[in-house]
Design a protein around this ligand. Structure first.
Ligand SMILES: [Fe+2]
Ligand SMILES: [Fe+2]
Length: 268
């Protein structure tokens, strides 16, 4: 059994200090085996914002697996944006833009989908796909395989035109071959989840997508601050959305997925 916390879009520079403190408390209570951070750690990729994010992440006791988001690439400093887009991130958050975590039960790969040229949109390159393939194929065959990236693979129900990660189709083809079972993403600041096959009809493997809201930023989109708690236990995947109620984080939604007949079935 593994407990994973999925936090996203912290946007240091626009963080709410009370919510940020509340999240650390809730994470300490949950005591996850791994914390996945799916990008947008800063608001404007400023050094002070990266340092604040670093100090915050250092207060999380669990191991972390972190990928950047589009806000972690400089927007207005054109020289930095194109010549050294990830220098601030590498110097403060992590020098590894393709992080990988594995133990006897899970294999978790992070991919950097942020780009300089299409600042807001994201993409997966062919080289990144090949690395992901190697990472997952090198993991223990029975391990539960998880991808972490910033940009979404499926849109929310109310906005089917939402921009998805570039090359999603090709990436999903690779992910289903490698036996990936779960994708964790952010970017839209909205918490929702579903089976990737509901949007990508060509995909035959059932892969659950969990999108996280913004964990601690006041850049909310008609939703409270929230993050995801996941429990992976054999053929069962439980996803709790923990949202800020003004005083603390509490569960506002629970989805239970059971894996049977080759696919994830929602139990409730
Ligand atoms: Fe964001
Ligand atoms: Fe973003």
């Amino acid at each position: 059994m593994k407990r994973i916390a999925h936090i996203s879009d912290l946007h240091f520079g626009t963080e709410d200090p009370g919510v940020a403190a509340g999240l650390l408390e809730d994470l300490a209570t949950y005591s996850p085996h791994l914390v996945c951070v799916s990008g947008d750690l800063t608001q404007r990729a400023r050094r002070s914002q990266f340092l604040a994010a670093r100090r915050y992440l250092d207060r999380i006791a669990a191991p972390t697996l972190i990928v950047p988001g589009n806000h972690d690439v400089p927007l207005y400093n054109i020289l930095s944006r194109f010549a050294r887009p990830f220098t601030g991130y590498r110097q403060t958050i992590s020098s590894d833009l393709s992080p990988f975590f594995q133990d006897e039960e899970i294999a978790v790969a992070g991919v950097n989908t942020a780009r300089s040229n299409t600042w807001k949109e994201g993409r997966i390159s062919l080289a990144q796909m090949e690395l992901l393939r190697c990472q997952f194929e090198g993991a223990a065959p029975q391990s539960f395989k998880i991808l972490v990236c910033h940009h979404p693979f499926i849109p929310p129900d109310h906005d089917m035109q939402a921009s998805l990660v570039g090359r999603a189709r090709e990436a999903l083809k690779m992910l289903e071959t490698c036996g990936c079972g779960l994708i964790l993403s952010g970017h839209l600041h909205q918490a929702y989840s579903g089976d990737v096959r509901t949007h990508h009809l060509e995909v035959t493997r059932s892969i659950v997508v969990a999108q996280a809201g913004t964990a601690i930023s006041h850049r909310r989109r008609d939703e409270p601050n929230a993050y995801n708690q996941l429990v992976i236990d054999g053929d069962t995947l439980v996803l709790l959305v923990r949202a800020w109620d003004g005083r603390r984080f509490a569960t506002v939604r629970e989805s239970r997925y059971h894996h049977c007949d080759g696919g994830w079935v929602v139990e409730s």
